[in-house]
Design a binder for this molecule. Structure first.
Ligand code: PLP
Ligand code: COI
Length: 340
Protein backbone atom coordinates (compact mmCIF):
# COMPACT_ATOMS: atom_id res chain seq x y z
CA UNK A 1 0.00 0.00 0.00
CA UNK A 2 1.28 3.45 -0.87
CA UNK A 3 2.51 5.43 2.14
CA UNK A 4 0.53 8.49 3.14
CA UNK A 5 2.12 11.88 2.75
CA UNK A 6 3.06 12.41 6.41
CA UNK A 7 6.12 14.14 7.87
CA UNK A 8 7.07 11.01 9.84
CA UNK A 9 10.10 12.56 11.52
CA UNK A 10 8.10 15.33 13.15
CA UNK A 11 5.18 13.41 14.61
CA UNK A 12 4.38 13.86 18.28
CA UNK A 13 2.22 11.56 20.36
CA UNK A 14 -1.19 12.70 19.15
CA UNK A 15 -4.20 11.42 17.26
CA UNK A 16 -4.34 11.44 13.49
CA UNK A 17 -7.46 9.88 12.01
CA UNK A 18 -6.64 6.92 9.78
CA UNK A 19 -8.81 5.17 7.17
CA UNK A 20 -10.26 2.13 8.94
CA UNK A 21 -11.06 0.88 12.42
CA UNK A 22 -12.52 -2.39 13.70
CA UNK A 23 -15.84 -2.59 15.56
CA UNK A 24 -17.63 -5.48 17.22
CA UNK A 25 -20.77 -5.17 19.34
CA UNK A 26 -21.82 -7.33 22.27
CA UNK A 27 -25.56 -7.87 22.68
CA UNK A 28 -27.76 -10.66 24.12
CA UNK A 29 -24.71 -12.34 25.58
CA UNK A 30 -22.56 -12.60 22.44
CA UNK A 31 -20.07 -10.63 20.34
CA UNK A 32 -21.11 -10.15 16.71
CA UNK A 33 -18.75 -11.08 13.86
CA UNK A 34 -17.15 -7.60 13.79
CA UNK A 35 -16.20 -5.48 10.81
CA UNK A 36 -13.90 -2.74 9.58
CA UNK A 37 -15.52 0.65 9.15
CA UNK A 38 -14.58 4.10 7.89
CA UNK A 39 -16.75 5.75 10.55
CA UNK A 40 -14.46 7.24 13.18
CA UNK A 41 -17.35 8.28 15.44
CA UNK A 42 -19.30 6.34 18.08
CA UNK A 43 -23.02 6.77 18.73
CA UNK A 44 -24.23 5.51 22.10
CA UNK A 45 -26.93 6.19 24.69
CA UNK A 46 -26.61 9.39 26.70
CA UNK A 47 -26.77 7.10 29.73
CA UNK A 48 -24.17 4.57 28.52
CA UNK A 49 -22.25 2.70 31.23
CA UNK A 50 -18.99 4.17 29.97
CA UNK A 51 -20.29 7.74 30.25
CA UNK A 52 -21.87 7.38 33.69
CA UNK A 53 -19.59 4.95 35.54
CA UNK A 54 -16.43 4.79 33.41
CA UNK A 55 -16.90 1.16 32.43
CA UNK A 56 -14.08 0.98 29.90
CA UNK A 57 -10.72 -0.75 29.49
CA UNK A 58 -8.07 -0.44 26.80
CA UNK A 59 -4.74 -1.58 25.42
CA UNK A 60 -1.84 0.03 23.62
CA UNK A 61 0.60 -1.63 21.24
CA UNK A 62 2.60 -0.64 18.19
CA UNK A 63 3.22 -1.79 14.63
CA UNK A 64 6.71 -1.33 13.20
CA UNK A 65 8.26 -1.55 9.75
CA UNK A 66 11.29 -3.81 10.00
CA UNK A 67 14.58 -3.29 8.22
CA UNK A 68 13.57 -5.84 5.55
CA UNK A 69 10.20 -4.16 4.96
CA UNK A 70 7.77 -6.31 6.92
CA UNK A 71 5.09 -4.85 9.16
CA UNK A 72 5.17 -6.45 12.60
CA UNK A 73 3.67 -6.04 16.05
CA UNK A 74 5.40 -6.82 19.32
CA UNK A 75 4.01 -9.52 21.64
CA UNK A 76 0.31 -8.80 20.91
CA UNK A 77 -0.61 -12.00 22.77
CA UNK A 78 0.36 -10.26 26.01
CA UNK A 79 -1.91 -7.30 25.21
CA UNK A 80 -4.74 -9.75 24.47
CA UNK A 81 -4.22 -11.46 27.83
CA UNK A 82 -4.00 -8.16 29.72
CA UNK A 83 -7.17 -6.84 28.10
CA UNK A 84 -8.91 -10.00 29.26
CA UNK A 85 -7.83 -9.45 32.86
CA UNK A 86 -8.76 -5.75 32.68
CA UNK A 87 -12.20 -6.60 31.27
CA UNK A 88 -12.90 -9.20 33.97
CA UNK A 89 -12.05 -6.72 36.72
CA UNK A 90 -14.66 -4.27 35.40
CA UNK A 91 -17.34 -6.90 34.63
CA UNK A 92 -16.92 -6.39 30.88
CA UNK A 93 -17.41 -9.52 28.76
CA UNK A 94 -14.09 -10.86 27.45
CA UNK A 95 -13.31 -10.33 23.77
CA UNK A 96 -11.70 -13.62 22.72
CA UNK A 97 -7.90 -13.39 22.59
CA UNK A 98 -7.59 -14.91 19.11
CA UNK A 99 -10.12 -12.38 17.82
CA UNK A 100 -8.15 -9.58 19.50
CA UNK A 101 -5.08 -10.58 17.44
CA UNK A 102 -7.16 -10.85 14.24
CA UNK A 103 -8.75 -7.44 14.80
CA UNK A 104 -5.33 -5.83 15.31
CA UNK A 105 -4.06 -7.51 12.13
CA UNK A 106 -7.07 -6.28 10.16
CA UNK A 107 -6.68 -2.69 11.35
CA UNK A 108 -2.95 -2.58 10.63
CA UNK A 109 -3.41 -4.12 7.16
CA UNK A 110 -6.24 -1.74 6.30
CA UNK A 111 -4.09 1.23 7.36
CA UNK A 112 -0.75 0.01 6.02
CA UNK A 113 -0.20 3.40 4.38
CA UNK A 114 0.01 4.89 7.85
CA UNK A 115 2.67 2.52 9.19
CA UNK A 116 5.77 4.71 9.40
CA UNK A 117 8.73 3.56 7.28
CA UNK A 118 11.77 1.87 8.84
CA UNK A 119 14.22 4.38 10.25
CA UNK A 120 11.72 7.25 10.44
CA UNK A 121 11.63 7.23 14.24
CA UNK A 122 7.83 6.94 14.16
CA UNK A 123 5.58 3.92 14.73
CA UNK A 124 1.91 3.05 14.39
CA UNK A 125 0.20 3.12 17.78
CA UNK A 126 -2.74 0.73 18.04
CA UNK A 127 -5.49 1.32 20.55
CA UNK A 128 -7.94 -1.57 21.24
CA UNK A 129 -10.64 -0.69 23.77
CA UNK A 130 -14.05 -1.72 24.97
CA UNK A 131 -16.85 0.02 26.82
CA UNK A 132 -20.37 -0.36 28.20
CA UNK A 133 -22.65 1.13 25.56
CA UNK A 134 -26.26 0.77 26.75
CA UNK A 135 -28.08 2.82 29.37
CA UNK A 136 -27.36 2.09 33.04
CA UNK A 137 -28.53 4.44 35.75
CA UNK A 138 -28.23 2.21 38.81
CA UNK A 139 -24.61 1.29 39.53
CA UNK A 140 -24.29 -1.97 37.64
CA UNK A 141 -22.49 -3.34 34.59
CA UNK A 142 -23.96 -2.60 31.15
CA UNK A 143 -25.60 -5.38 29.11
CA UNK A 144 -24.23 -4.18 25.80
CA UNK A 145 -20.64 -3.35 24.86
CA UNK A 146 -18.57 -2.17 21.98
CA UNK A 147 -15.02 -3.35 21.20
CA UNK A 148 -13.04 -1.12 18.86
CA UNK A 149 -9.52 -0.91 17.51
CA UNK A 150 -8.12 2.19 15.85
CA UNK A 151 -4.57 3.20 15.05
CA UNK A 152 -2.64 6.40 14.65
CA UNK A 153 0.96 7.13 13.62
CA UNK A 154 3.01 8.53 16.49
CA UNK A 155 6.41 9.94 17.34
CA UNK A 156 8.02 10.13 20.81
CA UNK A 157 5.73 10.28 23.87
CA UNK A 158 7.87 12.90 25.57
CA UNK A 159 8.90 15.97 23.59
CA UNK A 160 12.60 15.83 22.84
CA UNK A 161 12.64 12.03 22.45
CA UNK A 162 15.79 10.73 24.11
CA UNK A 163 16.44 13.86 26.21
CA UNK A 164 16.17 13.08 29.93
CA UNK A 165 13.08 14.42 31.66
CA UNK A 166 12.48 15.83 35.13
CA UNK A 167 9.76 14.32 37.30
CA UNK A 168 8.44 15.02 40.76
CA UNK A 169 7.22 12.87 43.60
CA UNK A 170 3.46 13.29 43.55
CA UNK A 171 1.28 14.03 46.57
CA UNK A 172 -1.72 12.37 44.94
CA UNK A 173 -2.07 8.61 44.78
CA UNK A 174 -2.62 6.69 41.58
CA UNK A 175 -3.87 3.34 42.80
CA UNK A 176 -5.13 1.89 46.05
CA UNK A 177 -3.88 -1.43 47.42
CA UNK A 178 -6.31 -4.07 46.09
CA UNK A 179 -7.67 -1.44 43.69
CA UNK A 180 -7.40 -1.22 39.89
CA UNK A 181 -3.78 -0.09 39.44
CA UNK A 182 -2.85 -3.42 37.86
CA UNK A 183 -5.37 -3.18 35.01
CA UNK A 184 -5.58 -0.82 32.07
CA UNK A 185 -8.82 1.04 32.78
CA UNK A 186 -9.67 4.59 31.75
CA UNK A 187 -10.55 5.40 35.35
CA UNK A 188 -6.86 5.10 36.35
CA UNK A 189 -6.00 7.80 33.84
CA UNK A 190 -8.93 10.12 34.60
CA UNK A 191 -7.75 10.40 38.18
CA UNK A 192 -4.21 11.20 37.02
CA UNK A 193 -5.23 14.18 34.87
CA UNK A 194 -5.25 16.77 37.64
CA UNK A 195 -1.94 15.46 38.97
CA UNK A 196 -0.25 15.57 35.56
CA UNK A 197 -1.47 19.09 34.78
CA UNK A 198 -0.42 20.19 38.26
CA UNK A 199 3.02 18.69 37.57
CA UNK A 200 3.25 20.51 34.22
CA UNK A 201 2.20 23.80 35.82
CA UNK A 202 5.00 23.33 38.32
CA UNK A 203 7.49 22.68 35.50
CA UNK A 204 7.77 18.88 35.67
CA UNK A 205 7.29 16.38 32.85
CA UNK A 206 5.68 13.59 34.87
CA UNK A 207 4.74 12.31 38.32
CA UNK A 208 6.35 9.56 40.31
CA UNK A 209 3.61 7.86 42.32
CA UNK A 210 4.46 6.18 45.59
CA UNK A 211 2.50 3.29 47.08
CA UNK A 212 -0.72 4.63 48.55
CA UNK A 213 -0.58 2.55 51.74
CA UNK A 214 2.77 3.68 53.12
CA UNK A 215 3.97 6.36 50.65
CA UNK A 216 7.43 4.88 51.10
CA UNK A 217 7.91 2.79 47.96
CA UNK A 218 8.22 3.62 44.27
CA UNK A 219 5.26 2.57 42.12
CA UNK A 220 5.13 4.02 38.59
CA UNK A 221 4.21 7.12 36.61
CA UNK A 222 0.85 7.90 35.01
CA UNK A 223 1.76 5.98 31.86
CA UNK A 224 4.93 3.94 32.36
CA UNK A 225 6.82 1.67 34.75
CA UNK A 226 10.22 2.50 36.28
CA UNK A 227 13.57 0.89 35.61
CA UNK A 228 16.63 1.87 37.63
CA UNK A 229 20.28 0.96 37.25
CA UNK A 230 22.47 0.66 40.32
CA UNK A 231 26.00 2.05 40.45
CA UNK A 232 27.32 -1.50 40.03
CA UNK A 233 25.27 -2.05 36.88
CA UNK A 234 22.31 -4.04 38.18
CA UNK A 235 18.83 -3.37 36.77
CA UNK A 236 16.20 -2.84 39.45
CA UNK A 237 12.47 -2.49 38.84
CA UNK A 238 9.54 -2.16 41.27
CA UNK A 239 7.38 -5.08 42.22
CA UNK A 240 3.87 -4.13 43.30
CA UNK A 241 0.33 -5.41 42.88
CA UNK A 242 -0.91 -1.92 42.17
CA UNK A 243 1.18 -1.08 39.08
CA UNK A 244 0.37 -2.02 35.50
CA UNK A 245 2.27 -5.17 34.45
CA UNK A 246 4.10 -3.44 31.61
CA UNK A 247 4.88 -5.61 28.61
CA UNK A 248 7.85 -3.37 27.83
CA UNK A 249 9.21 -3.80 31.35
CA UNK A 250 8.78 -7.57 31.26
CA UNK A 251 10.55 -7.63 27.89
CA UNK A 252 13.38 -5.41 29.12
CA UNK A 253 13.93 -7.64 32.15
CA UNK A 254 14.42 -10.55 29.76
CA UNK A 255 16.65 -8.49 27.44
CA UNK A 256 18.78 -7.32 30.38
CA UNK A 257 19.34 -10.86 31.60
CA UNK A 258 19.51 -12.85 28.39
CA UNK A 259 20.95 -10.40 25.86
CA UNK A 260 23.07 -8.13 28.02
CA UNK A 261 24.04 -10.52 30.81
CA UNK A 262 22.94 -8.07 33.50
CA UNK A 263 21.67 -8.93 36.92
CA UNK A 264 18.01 -7.93 37.42
CA UNK A 265 16.05 -7.48 40.63
CA UNK A 266 12.27 -7.12 40.69
CA UNK A 267 11.45 -6.04 44.20
CA UNK A 268 9.98 -3.40 46.44
CA UNK A 269 12.03 -0.22 45.98
CA UNK A 270 11.96 2.22 48.90
CA UNK A 271 12.05 5.80 47.62
CA UNK A 272 14.89 6.31 50.11
CA UNK A 273 17.07 4.14 47.86
CA UNK A 274 16.49 6.12 44.65
CA UNK A 275 19.22 8.69 45.40
CA UNK A 276 21.80 5.90 45.20
CA UNK A 277 20.91 4.77 41.68
CA UNK A 278 23.00 5.64 38.62
CA UNK A 279 20.28 5.71 35.97
CA UNK A 280 16.51 5.92 35.79
CA UNK A 281 14.13 5.32 32.90
CA UNK A 282 10.40 5.11 32.22
CA UNK A 283 9.33 2.16 30.15
CA UNK A 284 6.16 1.50 28.24
CA UNK A 285 4.79 1.08 24.74
CA UNK A 286 4.37 4.83 24.29
CA UNK A 287 7.43 5.82 26.35
CA UNK A 288 9.69 3.00 24.98
CA UNK A 289 12.46 3.91 27.46
CA UNK A 290 12.48 7.57 28.34
CA UNK A 291 15.43 8.56 30.50
CA UNK A 292 14.82 10.47 33.72
CA UNK A 293 17.60 12.90 34.63
CA UNK A 294 16.17 14.38 37.79
CA UNK A 295 13.57 13.57 40.43
CA UNK A 296 12.35 16.31 42.76
CA UNK A 297 10.81 15.40 46.10
CA UNK A 298 9.34 18.51 47.67
CA UNK A 299 12.35 20.64 46.81
CA UNK A 300 14.96 17.93 47.34
CA UNK A 301 16.61 17.09 44.06
CA UNK A 302 17.96 13.74 43.02
CA UNK A 303 20.19 14.22 39.98
CA UNK A 304 21.27 10.98 38.37
CA UNK A 305 24.94 10.75 37.32
CA UNK A 306 23.73 10.10 33.75
CA UNK A 307 22.83 13.80 33.59
CA UNK A 308 20.31 15.85 31.61
CA UNK A 309 21.85 15.53 28.15
CA UNK A 310 21.67 11.87 27.30
CA UNK A 311 20.50 8.42 28.35
CA UNK A 312 22.71 6.56 30.77
CA UNK A 313 24.92 3.85 29.19
CA UNK A 314 22.88 0.87 30.39
CA UNK A 315 19.56 2.54 29.60
CA UNK A 316 20.91 3.12 26.10
CA UNK A 317 21.94 -0.51 25.69
CA UNK A 318 18.51 -1.63 26.82
CA UNK A 319 16.85 0.85 24.46
CA UNK A 320 18.97 -0.17 21.49
CA UNK A 321 18.50 -3.87 22.07
CA UNK A 322 14.74 -3.66 22.56
CA UNK A 323 14.14 -1.38 19.56
CA UNK A 324 16.60 -3.50 17.54
CA UNK A 325 14.45 -6.56 18.29
CA UNK A 326 11.24 -4.68 17.46
CA UNK A 327 12.62 -3.37 14.15
CA UNK A 328 14.07 -6.72 13.10
CA UNK A 329 17.74 -5.73 13.42
CA UNK A 330 18.39 -8.12 16.31
CA UNK A 331 17.07 -11.66 16.48
CA UNK A 332 14.00 -11.81 18.70
CA UNK A 333 13.14 -14.44 21.29
CA UNK A 334 10.65 -16.95 19.92
CA UNK A 335 7.11 -15.59 19.71
CA UNK A 336 7.92 -11.92 20.30
CA UNK A 337 7.51 -10.67 16.74
CA UNK A 338 4.14 -11.07 15.09
CA UNK A 339 4.34 -10.51 11.32
CA UNK A 340 1.18 -8.90 9.94
N1 PLP B 1 2.05 1.81 33.33
C1 PLP B 1 0.98 2.50 32.90
C2 PLP B 1 0.16 3.20 33.91
C3 PLP B 1 0.67 2.53 31.54
O1 PLP B 1 -0.37 3.22 31.08
C4 PLP B 1 1.50 1.84 30.62
C5 PLP B 1 1.19 1.84 29.20
O2 PLP B 1 0.65 0.94 28.67
C6 PLP B 1 2.60 1.14 31.13
C7 PLP B 1 2.84 1.15 32.48
C8 PLP B 1 3.49 0.39 30.21
O3 PLP B 1 2.92 -0.81 29.79
P1 PLP B 1 3.31 -1.46 28.42
O4 PLP B 1 4.78 -1.64 28.44
O5 PLP B 1 2.60 -2.76 28.42
O6 PLP B 1 2.86 -0.54 27.36
C1 COI C 1 0.91 2.97 26.36
O1 COI C 1 2.11 3.08 26.54
O2 COI C 1 0.43 2.22 25.50
C2 COI C 1 -0.04 3.72 27.13
O3 COI C 1 -1.19 3.40 27.12
C3 COI C 1 0.40 4.86 27.90
C4 COI C 1 -0.49 6.02 27.68
C5 COI C 1 -0.18 7.00 28.74
C6 COI C 1 -0.34 6.59 26.31
Amino acid sequence: MEKKNIDWGNLGFSYIQTDKRYVSNYKDGAWDEGTLTSDATVQISECAGVLQYAQTVFEGLKAYTTEDGHIVTFRPDLNAARLESSAKRLEIPVFPQDRFIESVEQVVRANAGYVPPFGSGATLYIRPYMFGSNAVIGVKPADEYQYRVFCTPVGPYFKGGAKPITIRVCDYDRAAPHGTGNIKAGLNYAMSLYAIMDAHRAGFDENMYLDAATRKNVEETGGANFLFVTKDGKVVTPKSNSILPSITRRSLVYVAKEYLGLEVEERVIPFEEVKDFAECGLCGTAAVISPVGKIVDHGNEICFPSGMEDMGPITRKLYETLTGIQMGKIEAPKGWIHVI
